[in-house]
Design a protein around this ligand. Structure first.
Ligand SMILES: NC(=O)c1ccc[n+]([C@@H]2O[C@H](COP(=O)([O-])OP(=O)(O)OC[C@H]3O[C@@H](n4cnc5c(N)ncnc54)[C@H](O)[C@@H]3O)[C@@H](O)[C@H]2O)c1
Ligand SMILES: [Zn+2]
Length: 1605
């Protein structure tokens, strides 16, 4: 950076002064050093000047300042300067320096240097230095003078002005500080030369912010000056910074202490700060503010304060400077990685905003560019903020406004033409409904620069007033015209430039230059330019021949006209361009179109029609010859831009589907756009009443549910509208016969290659509603389904980033029950950014914000679709279970299943065996490959496809599969099953063609291909026997028994495999990853299994893992680490435990047994861990970084624990080594694991201190496992929070020295005072027989938790008062008869309780002293776990039985009884997604009263008698909530559902009731005993009280023992 020192500044630079708080203390300019030093020495005389800066700036600027100071100080003749000294202090850069610690450091330095009250401090740096040093100055000796020398753009325009100083605490940013005005602020723009680009850009956010709230003129400058600012043209930069600084100075002057006005500067910051709180330090302040601005103006738009035009301008302006405008932009996700800004997180962060008014959040509402609603921030409701922040939106079925008239967005083609015509016309024309987009903006600016017309906005941007120039006075513009990537503009404007008046040429302005961005410079314009050249115009290509930039010289004869030939086979825009300018040519134009087939005639017609509206007639002499007389356009007073026809289809379709009326006021029968025929050609035949005028269209829908299907409709002329038509067809069920309700849409093949494969996407998304749809070669077929029976897609509609999918499914959402979630609401921005506002405000449809959490990495993938949605393929040897598991997968994931073999036979109408016999294997394989490729093309989304066993035999097929994995992010699962078992199984199956080789041989040959062609692997273990200590087989069935004789065993075994398989699928598709929420659970543990073979331990696994949150499997300790063996061990472990797995291969060097010299083998195993879908994988950071990085690229949903163990015992927690280890572990891991060794107790304190510091410094929430090995390190094990490795008394050996059991850790915590005693009770009457004390005390004891549970029987609920007020009270179960009466004693209840209306659990919650505002130390919280008990038992029984039909939107249920428990039952059944619930109670009135207390969406109906018939939907589930000693008869009718219904008995005394017996024995139902529900709800209680998973088996065992006796 030597150049800066060498530059010789002008002796007296030009400076601009800005006044603030009554004095001109802000000085702006270039090269201010000397000026500044002189002035400071003169005006703030001091014996000691202390310049404080950061380590980035010091090397560049310090030495020169020191030199200049000594020169100036000695040369100067004034004051006591000769005795002044300048000392400097440098601190580390970055936000972390705004801390108490650094502040103290600086203060110590000042004392060391004997600084006194007359010291003057100079703060040279960005906002960090300014804020920190300013605060030092404010408090040092009660305040010393200081000077701001801002060096970042942000500091120049914002932080250095206003006197706000502060430091950060762990509690939040800027929490301690003072208002302390600097004496001077020197804004030397030269500093910006060295400012990193990203920092500069971030600073622009503040500049744009200021312009947006203060001055439309400044904003326009910014909009147009992007390039100029970037290249830092001095005057431009100065004027921009000056404007911002002035505005801020002005506001500060009027409101120094932030009374309100100053709050305006917080525009974009309410949300911006919340984002920053979560995404710092990865994102810079300005970047967060940029997104904040966009969100806040979207809120203003939603509230109706601001129109879309302004929102669009702001967004484009921010973007043009390289700022992010949305959280899911690639730029942002690249920076922040896994961090996710949830809506909840943002709302939480906003809670602490200093501006809040009570609990109302405040933000600055813009009403137009340059204007705000109030002179301060405005309160906005949480609901609105949530809605706007949410990435997804839920459309609530609602009746729209019955009769709506609205205009929809202007058509782009028409807007562009209208601009040209009105500008060339004579007189004033008001253009209404102009589309605001980049393209039209560019066109407008170009016409303005050419002086072709004058433009003014009216009606807040809704009307553009064009004062036409009549084609006169078009001049050479002052500078080049930049057209961005606006293609239409470039073509239309080129001809306009030939109309430039040659008299406007001056010495400096000789020609018009048209240019654009890089992409524009590749787009063709040659045919037009050639024609114009032939016509005598002077045009030159400045760069690439045939493309922009162009130089167009005005010629005396202007555009000559006469006979013109033009090639029109490339673009109709060339033709329109010539046509529109033709009336202004010197001679009558005769235009002949050459080059064969004219493209897009409809657009040429559009131009001609529009020219006609502006008073110019065109004669079409022959089909390709037009004559245009000379003439003048006469501007109509008003020209209404026709709506974009595709956009208009959505509101019209809403009228159609909801039976309401909608008029679109800006499109009618005159329209030239193809999609405008939608109303007449689609909606009318579907049963709507359609009335059109030349410019408007009205549609009145038939009554809901009576749309008529269309047997076949060709939509070739309106392809974009097919999506709208599809959602209507989905509910077109007017006809009584289902087959008559089928709609076929054809002629839309091009829609396969739009934003996504729209046909496939529609088919798939419709299937989520239960609508059957199929692809046709050039379209699709949709089977109408009655609205009431549509399913609710739980995961919502995926939009594939396609606006049309989002908008069309929001049409369906207006009627689909349950609410339709549209997952990516943002994608409408492409054409209709305010669609959601229009839907809500203009059409009256209810919307709700939804945040479905972070999208998976695959979601971000650009390729069509992603892991979550794209089809899943199964490969594997014959008999591995591809079909069985494939079907199970289809059921679990709600997808369609395709068996390729079967598909082959139906497609080619021949059996496999016949085909192979006839054509031979080779031909068969080739055919199979062909089929595979076409399946992936047509069924690439939403299917489960099971491939034939030999699919991997051909090179071509292998390539297709690998491409599917690598290029499409597809999933190919290799299903593995033991070969012996398969052989045995296949014995029975003679229907498939024989191999001519044994299964074993085939497997050997193919094994590696299966591996190469799959990215996941599932190992199905069905027979591997599990033996107990005595060698007896206690589980699994032995191979010899797998035959038809014991089908039941076989089914039961496969049910387990299927369950495991579903878990695996949920993981790999990211639906349910089984990860532990490490931020939520205060302490988590994992148990390390150290067995050489885990089989013998499996029966004990529940006991061993009690209290643990995950299981580590140590591969290095297994007797064999072959892939087959490890795969089986893992599969078995999963069979026996649902806990997430930590897959660890520990090398000798890191304390394990795996060879140090086998890195390749180790990574092969780790790679397999990914394939097997392990939740966590341990990765040693000592491995070679290349291998690590390669490995990490494929990690998918597995989380990485990056680990390092200090075996030497020499590493100190306060040394630099550890820091380096943390840095590396942080780089690679999702979880950091660093294990040291303790040689004394104080090593543990050092560890804690280090972690505290590390977390603070990195502002990091990444979980850390940090402990010390050795007995002296046990304290660190007790205190470690995340995944503490624990042992269990029953384990053969400890995995590491010093390991403790969970019970030991809890005892330790108790002894050091971190886990105090608590008392728990059951409240109720009578309760003497309650099993609850046994249940809970067993659990407390097992975990070593010092809690005790006892009975408290009382006559009156008020008796519990002293008990719950006791400080040792921890919680209680509440039972009959107090579940409702107890509520008034509680401080808070859960949402569940609010709906159910009853409490069964009390929790005494300790309040966090730090964040709580109340004076209370704890609150009593009411919860209900009864419903969880019921829900849990039903789910379990259905998961564990392969034969249960799915439970959900097609099921119904019956509840017997109408007391407190049946309330919980209602809620549980509703949560299961059951739409219809019958309620029976002996006293019918009570049942009727009860259902009134639930929302109607619960689908509750009472029945008078149990023998009522349930013909249509007999209950699949029955829950009985009445005592067992009832004498009710249970008629057969209630079991009409047939086999595999589920009956839940809530009474638990006696264990077997009449209902259970009858249901199970006589009707083949599956029963849940009351005791099971009791236990289940008790487990939940236990978990609420302890924060730990209940030791279920143990608790069950203890209860049953007691129960039996
Ligand atoms: N007091 C206020 O009114 C106010 C207003 C806005 C922001 N802030 C505060 O400002 C801080 C952010 O300030 P910032 O954005 O200026 O960040 P910053 O001070 O951290 O500077 C950004 C980075 O650029 C480097 N740098 C600064 N000037 C440079 C130059 N000329 N050449 C090369 N490198 C240079 C710095 O060393 C640093 O690494 C935040 O703490 C924020 O809270 C305060
Ligand atoms: Zn700011």
């Amino acid at each position: 950076m030597g150049s800066i020192e060498e530059q010789i500044p002008p002796p007296d630079p030009d400076v601009v002064k800005v006044s603030i708080l009554g004095s001109e203390s802000i000085i702006l300019g270039f090269h201010l050093t000397d000026y500044m030093l002189r002035e400071i020495i003169r005006e703030i005389p001091s014996p000691t000047y202390v310049l404080i800066t950061d380590e980035n700036l010091a090397p560049i600027y310090l030495s020169r300042i020191i030199t200049r100071f000594s020169t100036i100080a000695t040369e100067s003749s004034f004051g006591n300067a000769t005795s002044s000294r300048l000392i400097t202090y440098t601190i580390p850069p970055g936000e972390q320096s705004k801390s108490r610690a650094i502040k103290a450091q600086i203060e110590d330095f000042l004392f060391d240097q004997a600084c006194t009250r007359d010291t003057c401090i100079l703060a040279m740096g960005g906002g960090v230095i300014g804020d920190l040093v300013g605060f030092v100055a404010a408090t040092f000796m009660r305040g010393v003078p200081y000077v701001q020398i801002p060096t970042t753009l942000l500091a120049m325009v914002d932080s250095s002005i206003g006197g706000k100083t502060a430091i950060d605490l762990t509690y939040g940013k800027n929490l301690i500080g003072a208002f302390w005005q600097p004496k001077k602020i020197y804004i030397d723009l030269c500093f910006l030369k060295t400012l990193p680009e990203r920092e500069f850009i971030a600073g622009m956010a503040e500049v744009i912010k200021t312009a947006a709230i203060s001055s439309e003129k400044d904003f326009v400058n910014l909009e147009n000056g992007v390039k100029a600012i970037r290249e830092a043209s001095q005057s431009m930069l100065l004027s921009v910074i000056l404007a911002s600084a002035q505005f801020k100075a002005n506001i500060v002057t009027n409101d120094e202490r932030e009374g309100g006005l100053r709050g305006l500067l917080n525009f974009g910051h309410t949300i911006g700060h919340a984002i920053e709180a979560i995404l710092t330090p990865e994102m810079l302040h300005g970047e967060c503010v940029s997104i904040g601005i966009v969100k806040e103006v979207e809120i203003a738009r939603n509230l109706g304060y601001l129109n879309q035009v302004a929102v669009g301008r702001l967004m484009r302006c921010l973007q043009s400077y390289g700022l992010p405008v949305s959280l899911d932009e690639k730029k942002v996700t690249d920076l922040v990685g896994n961090k996710y800004c949830s809506v909840d997180g943002l709302m939480e962060a906003m809670k602490y905003d200093k501006k809040n008014q009570g609990d109302k959040k405040k933000m600055v509402m813009l009403t137009s560019i340059g204007k705000t609603l109030e002179q301060k921030a405005t309160a906005v409701s949480d609901e609105i903020i949530r809605k706007v922040l949410s990435p997804a939106i839920k459309v609530i079925p609602s009746t729209p406004i019955p009769n709506v008239a609205m205009s929809t967005l202007g058509s782009k083609s028409i807007s562009n033409r209208a601009l040209i015509l009105a500008a060339l016309g004579e007189g004033t024309c008001r253009l209404k409904g102009l589309l605001h987009s980049d393209d039209t903006q560019v066109m407008l600016t170009a016409l303005q620069k050419l002086g072709a017309a004058q433009f003014e906005w009216e009606d807040n941007g809704d009307t553009l007033v064009v004062i036409g120039g009549g084609g006169e006075g078009i001049k050479v513009p002052d500078s080049e015209i930049y057209l961005g990537n606006a293609g239409t503009a470039s073509r239309f404007v080129t001809t306009v430039c030939t109309l430039v008046d040659h008299k406007s040429v001056t010495e400096t302005k000789t020609a018009t230059i048209l240019t654009g961005n890089d992409r524009m410079k590749l787009r063709p314009i040659a045919p037009l330019v050639t024609t114009l050249l032939e016509n005598g115009s002077e045009i030159r290509y400045l760069e690439k021949e045939g493309s922009l930039p162009l130089e167009i010289k005005p010629s005396v004869g202007r555009f000559q006209g006469g006979s013109i030939n033009l090639t029109a086979s490339v673009s109709s825009q060339y033709v329109s361009s010539i046509l529109m300018c033709a009336p202004h040519a010197s001679q009558t134009v005769t235009l002949t179109l050459t080059g064969g087939q004219v493209i897009s005639q409809q657009y040429i017609d559009m131009t001609i029609t529009m020219m006609n509206s502006f008073g110019i007639q065109i004669d079409r002499l022959e089909s390709n010859v037009y004559r245009i007389q000379r003439g003048r356009y006469k501007n109509p007073e008003v020209y209404i831009i026709e709506s974009d026809a595709s956009s208009a289809t959505y509101p019209l379709a809403i009228a159609a589907i909801t039976g309401t009326t909608c008029t679109i006021t800006n499109i009618g029968s005159n329209s030239l756009q193809g999609d405008s025929a939608f109303a007449v050609k689609v909606l009318a035949p579907m049963g709507c009443k359609v009335t059109q005028t030349s410019i408007s269209t009205t549609v009145k829908g038939p009554p809901i549910g009576t749309l008529q299907s269309l047997p076949e409709i060709d939509m070739e002329s309106m392809t974009d509208a097919f999506l709208t038509a599809s959602v209507l067809a989905a509910v077109a069920t007017k006809n009584t016969k289902a087959d008559d309700n089928i709609t076929r849409i054809v002629g839309i093949a091009n829609q396969r290659v739009k934003e996504c494969n729209r046909i496939a996407a529609m088919v798939h998304e419709l299937s989520k509603f239960g609508v059957e749809a199929f692809e046709l070669p050039d379209g699709l077929e949709i089977h109408g389904k009655p609205i009431q029976s549509l399913k609710t897609p739980i995961e919502g509609v995926k939009c594939y980033d396609d606006h049309r999918i989002a908008m069309s499914f929001s049409v369906l959402g207006c009627v689909a029950p349950g609410g339709t979630i549209i997952r990516e609401k943002k994608c409408v921005e492409k054409t209709w950014p305010s669609w959601w506002d229009a839907l809500e405000k203009e059409l009256g449809v209810k919307l709700q914000g939804v945040d479905l959490g972070p999208s998976t990495e695959q979601d971000h993938n650009e390729s069509n679709g992603n892991n979550k949605e794209s089809s899943i393929l199964f490969i594997g040897i014959r008999g591995a279970g591809k079909t069985t598991l494939g079907k199970a997968a289809a059921k679990a994931l709600n997808r369609q299943f395709i068996d390729m073999d079967h598909h082959f036979e139906t497609t080619f109408k021949i059996t496999l065996t016949e085909y192979v016999e006839k054509e031979g294997w080779e031909a068969f394989r080739a055919k199979e490959t062909e089929l595979l490729s076409s399946l992936l093309k047509n069924n690439g989304f939403g299917y489960i496809i099971s491939c034939g066993g030999g699919i991997i035999e051909t090179e071509n097929s292998r390539e297709i599969l690998q491409k599917y994995i690598n290029e499409k992010n597809g999933i190919v699962v290799h299903l593995v099953r033991d070969v012996d078992e398969v052989e045995n199984f296949l014995e029975q199956d003679k229907t498939r063609p024989v191999y001519g080789e044994t299964v074993r041989d085939a497997w050997k040959r193919r094994e590696k291909w299966y591996q190469q062609c799959s990215n996941y692997e599932f190992v199905a273990v069905t027979k591997t026997a599990v033996v107990n200590q005595n060698g007896q087989v206690i589980d699994g069935i032995s191979i010899n028994n797998i035959n038809n004789d014991n089908q039941e065993d076989f089914d039961a075994e496969w049910a387990k495999v299927t369950r495991d398989f579903c878990r695996f699928l949920n993981f790999i598709t990211g639906r349910e990853t089984n990860h532990v929420d490490l931020n939520k659970i205060e302490k988590t543990y994992f148990i390390s299994l150290t067995f050489p073979d885990i089989r013998p331990a499996l029966p004990e696994i529940e006991v061993l893992t009690n209290g643990a949150d995950a299981i580590e499997i140590r591969i290095d300790l297994l007797s064999s680490s072959s892939i087959i063996h490890v795969g089986q061990q893992l599969a078995l472990l999963r069979r026996y435990s649902e806990l997430p797995i930590i897959f660890t291969v520990r090398s000798i060097g890191q304390g394990g047994k795996f060879s140090n010299n086998a890195e390749d083998e180790m990574f092969k195993l780790l790679q397999y861990a990914i394939k097997w879908g392990c939740e966590y994988i341990d990765l040693e950071i000592t491995s070679s970084s290349q291998k690590i990085e390669k490995f990490l690229r494929s990690k998918a949903n597995s989380k990485i624990i990056a680990s390092w163990h200090d075996l030497s015992g020499n590493t100190k927690w306060n040394g630099s080594d550890i820091k380096e280890k943390f840095r590396i572990a942080n780089k690679y891991g999702d979880i950091i694991k660093i294990i040291g060794t303790a040689s004394s107790i104080s090593d543990n304190f050092q560890l804690m201190e280090f972690i505290r510091f590390y977390e603070q410094q990195n502002n990091q929430k990444k979980p850390i496992i940090a402990i010390n090995m050795g007995t002296k390190g046990q304290l660190s094990r007790i205190l470690n929070k995340v995944f503490t490795p624990v042992t269990h008394p029953a384990l053969p050996t400890k995995a590491a020295p010093g390991q403790l059991s969970i019970a030991e850790i809890h005892k330790g915590l108790h002894l050091i005072g971190l886990l105090p005693k608590r008392k728990f009770y059951v409240f109720g009457k009578p309760i003497t027989h309650s099993p609850s004390p046994t249940l809970h005390n067993a659990g407390f004891e097992a975990f070593g938790i010092p809690y005790h549970y006892s009975l408290f029987e009382s006559e009156n609920i008020a008796d519990v008062k002293p008990i719950i007020e006791d400080s040792e009270f921890g919680g209680a179960s509440v039972t009959i008869p107090y579940k409702i009466d107890v509520i008034p004693f509680l401080d808070e209840t859960s949402e569940h309780v609010k709906i159910i209306g009853a409490v069964n659990t009390i929790i005494a919650k300790e309040l966090d002293k730090d964040t709580s505002t109340s004076t209370k130390k704890r609150i009593l919280y009411g919860e209900n776990t009864d419903w969880l008990g019921i829900l849990g038992c039903i789910k379990k029984i259905s998961v564990n039985n392969i034969n249960t039909p799915p439970i959900g939107s097609e099921s119904s249920a019956l509840i017997i009884g109408a007391g407190g428990t049946s309330r919980a039952a209602i809620y549980a059944l509703h949560k299961l997604g059951i739409p219809k619930i019958y309620l029976y109670n002996r006293t019918h009135k009570r049942a009727t009263e009860l259902i009134l207390q639930f929302p109607s969406s619960y689908g509750l109906t009472t029945i008078q008698s149990l023998s009522d018939s349930f013909q249509t939907t007999p209950p699949q589930i029955i829950v009985s909530t009445i005592p067992a000693d009832n004498n009710l008869e249970f008629p057969d009718e209630i079991f009409a559902f047939g086999k595999h219904g589920i009956v839940v008995e809530m009474a638990y005394k006696p264990r077997r009731t009449q209902l259970l017996e009858k249901a199970e024995r006589e009707h083949g139902w599956m029963g849940v005993e009351g005791i099971q529900v009791l236990l289940e709800q008790g487990f939940w209680q236990f978990e609420l009280w302890t924060g730990r998973k209940a030791p279920r088996n143990l608790m069950t065992q203890k209860v049953l023992e007691k129960y039996q006796s």
